[in-house]
Design a protein around this ligand. Structure first.
Ligand code: ATP
Ligand code: MG
Length: 137
């Protein structure tokens, strides 16, 4: 069954949105297969966002991700990668429809609460990076 990597970013944790976000994925019918709270360093955050390392906002993005603890999760279900991104909304919260997580809870692109894998390949890489000891099955 398809799996995706979902991360509640530091602002989502600080604002007390962990339960709300988990509830949305659970109520949709997806299955939580792994979860941990983690504080990551610059090097780890850079690996997670390595595809964006040449972007002008990369350093700001890394500083954002290391600014506090995150909640890392693996969710499973049919089409969970694409559907998870629909539940999350667009990258820029201004473009995200009400009813999506970013549409309901975020304003700034640089504080957009949550990450979701964008492809089968990135889901595989991100799950291996965040859960290297095989705690997800
Ligand atoms: P994520 O990978 O975090 O789920 P995404 O896939 O919607 O988000 P990406 O293009 O992968 O968007 O960008 C990763 C993150 O980098 C975004 O969520 C956002 O926080 C930040 N970001 C993207 N584009 C910009 C930008 N132009 N200016 C500032 N920050 C940006
Ligand atoms: Mg992305």
């Amino acid at each position: 069954m398809e799996q995706t990597f979902i991360m509640i970013k530091p602002d989502g944790v600080q604002r007390g949105l962990v339960g709300e976000i988990i509830a949305r994925f659970e109520k949709k019918g997806f299955c939580l297969r792994g979860m941990k709270m983690a504080s990551v360093d610059k090097s780890f955050a850079g690996k997670h966002y390595q595809d964006l390392s040449t972007k002008p906002f990369f350093n700001k993005l890394v500083d954002y991700i290391i600014s506090g603890p995150v909640v890392a999760m693996v969710w499973e279900g049919k089409n969970v990668i694409a559907t998870g991104r629909k539940i999350i909304g667009m990258t820029n919260p201004s473009d995200s429809a009400p009813g999506t997580i970013r549409g309901d809870f975020a304003i700034e692109m640089g504080r957009n609460i949550i990450h979701g894998s964008d492809s089968v390949e990135s889901a595989r890489k991100e799950i291996a990076l965040w859960f290297p000891d095989g705690t997800v099955n």
